[in-house]
Design a protein around this ligand. Sequence first.
Ligand SMILES: Nc1nc2c(c(=O)[nH]1)N[C@H]1C(S)=C(S)[C@@H](COP(=O)(O)O)O[C@H]1N2
Ligand SMILES: [Mo]
Length: 362
Amino acid sequence: MLNPFRKHPELIVHGAHPLNAEPPLPKLRDNYLTPQDLLYVRSHGDLPELDGEAHRVAVEGRVSRPLSLSLADVRALPPRTVRAVMQCAGNRRADMRGVRPVKGDPWAAGAIGCADWTGAPLAAVLEAAGAETGDGLHVAFTGADTCQPSDGGAHFGASIPMAKALDLDTIVAFAMNGEPLAVEHGFPLRIVAPGWAGVRSPKWLSTVTVQDRPSDAHQQAGDYKLFPPDMRPDTEDLSRGITIDAMPLNSAITEPAPGAEIKAGRVAVKGYAVATDRPIIRVDLSGDGGRTWVQATNEDHGDARWGWTFWHGTLDLPPGEHEICVRAWDAAGQTQPALPDDTWNFKGYLSAAWHRVRVTAA
Ligand SMILES: Nc1nc2c(c(=O)[nH]1)N[C@H]1C(S)=C(S)[C@@H](COP(=O)(O)O)O[C@H]1N2
Ligand SMILES: [Mo]
């Protein structure tokens, strides 16, 4: 079913139309840079198959020279490669379902990946268009896809504030790990807004508009908001929602798998941790639900401001049932909440409590 889009056959498919799928966690942990066929796919509508030569991106709004850019035009600008995590605001939502029901697909911890993205800085595109760049302005994007009626029905749209747009690491990307973007990842051009929820990185980019307010599109104005814990679908009040931009500190166990039956003794545990633009300074592992902890080993990947950290460790587990937990710490000394209850919200966003995996040792 995934073959037309060359995705890995082992992806876990949450829905085929629109296509939403994530890789199995051990596979995700095999490569520091996620191969494109393993990157999760989050879509709200169709997957447009655009013509790489004919497609144009309109750059308009508060600009003195409106542009109609081809892929070749973007490739002609000085290229920039940014190592960055792409992560859905709904990553790990499944963990919140145990607290109370949540809306949306039950993503496990695989709605994330890390890649070398190559493109032109969005700032260079804005400069070529003679864009106004004052504080308070926003850069709004639309994609060529049409969202499901439940997702607003119109073209996908989102925006970022001007300061994020001018960060040289925010790019109009045409390649992932040196390969052209695949159809499902936005061919020919997408935005990569590093460290921010994936929704701020529109795929199949078709318009870039400089304006004095955030995008009116459903994905910006009516969705991807963090609501307070007392709110329910029938009391939804957009004015009490916080726009989700930067992603929180998070970590996950990729091995062993939930429910695994393992040999008692020294048990190898592996996973990832991520903290937007802060380094991960430590990762702790517990084999007893968080009563006692040991330190994991962070693997060295060089300095990548927007990258993730792979870690591994061992736990001594006697025969019996165990709850393995992980928690990461960032360079500001912050760590994750213990329970999904601590941050539960009815849309299941920013699920970042200690990741817990129950195993049986024999
Ligand atoms: N045009 C368009 N861009 C989009 C989306 C979409 O449905 N349409 N989904 C967004 C969301 S919510 C996420 S998490 C990322 C997912 O990117 P990926 O599918 O390449 O992993 O794309 C974002 N950009
Ligand atoms: Mo997302």
